[in-house]
Design a protein around this ligand. Sequence first.
Ligand code: NAP
Length: 323
Amino acid sequence: MKAIVYEQYGSPEVLQLKEVALPCLKPNEVLIKVHATTVTAADIMMRTGKPAIGRLYLGIKAPKRTILGFEFAGEVVELGSSVTLFKIGDKVFGGTTTLGCYAEYVCVSEQDVLTTMPENLSYEAAAPVTGSAITVLNFLKGKANVQPNQKVLINGASGGVGTYAVQIAKYLGADVTAVCSTGNIDMVKSLGADHVIDYTQADFTKNGVQYDVIFDTVSKRTFSECKNALTPKGVFMPTVLNGTLFFQMMWTSIIGGKKVKSSSTGLLPAKERIIYLMEIKELLKTGKIKTVMDAHYPLSQMEAAHAYVEKGHKKGNLVITVN
Ligand SMILES: NC(=O)c1ccc[n+]([C@@H]2O[C@H](COP(=O)([O-])OP(=O)(O)OC[C@H]3O[C@@H](n4cnc5c(N)ncnc54)[C@H](OP(=O)(O)O)[C@@H]3O)[C@@H](O)[C@H]2O)c1
């Protein structure tokens, strides 16, 4: 099968299209013919091996798993001997921490974050759900417990996480303020944002408004900057923690009204993430949320796709079409 292989950390050129053997199917796995996968900020971190702490999992000097890609949508083409939950021909989507989705076929455990696709969804719209939409539900519902009429601000509202965040915050009944640049204002309004702030023209931390939740999907702001823009029991939620934020998260969990909360969604047990996936599936099925898609790239143009995502200005999600 064709796959994008990387044998060293580095710039997008380390990603090479190669012919490799089909993955070996274990008894509890299904073999999926991949139709769509994605390139996310997490893939960029895995390709570069930065921050270096990630190498404890990926491999210290070189990647142990040489095929990246954790999100997929595709069709079940073979079943392991003990599989009971799926059948051949099922259209499925999900994500796997064992990676390998930058390929024509991937093996995924039936106990992993995997489910059948709603009929109204294309492979391209289904592939980005596991990384971004589940993260949003984990943050806004799981960690912040957003309630109707609360004021929620989404910083980075035009990105992969941000576009789902605007819609899911609306679904939870919040009054939503989206922060993006001038060119993305119409797009985030179309997703349901009640208010939009253009970050090139105004600073949301200085407009005198206080929010119950500030979800910094792109981790561009600090807790100190946002503190005055939080209500007395407000929560600041960055998607990526540095040392200072980690300390502030620990400290505010013990004392003080305003909190820092975060989570590594991909590290939650699959049985927790599948519950979120089932809720997202229902929202997609009923049209309450949709996937915003930036450009599509074919598998052979993975290098260009990585270079584009690395610039940090994609709109919604970047999908790779495979088969
Ligand atoms: N903790 C977790 O469980 C978890 C899970 C998934 C992802 N993440 C992390 O979440 C982060 C975001 O991922 P993503 O896929 O949403 O990123 P992304 O799609 O690559 O973000 C790009 C978007 O960010 C906007 N942006 C750039 N600079 C901005 C600024 N200063 N203020 C406001 N918006 C700005 C861009 O808009 P403009 O072009 O207008 O600037 C663009 O639309 C990544 O760091 C990822 O690693 C964490």
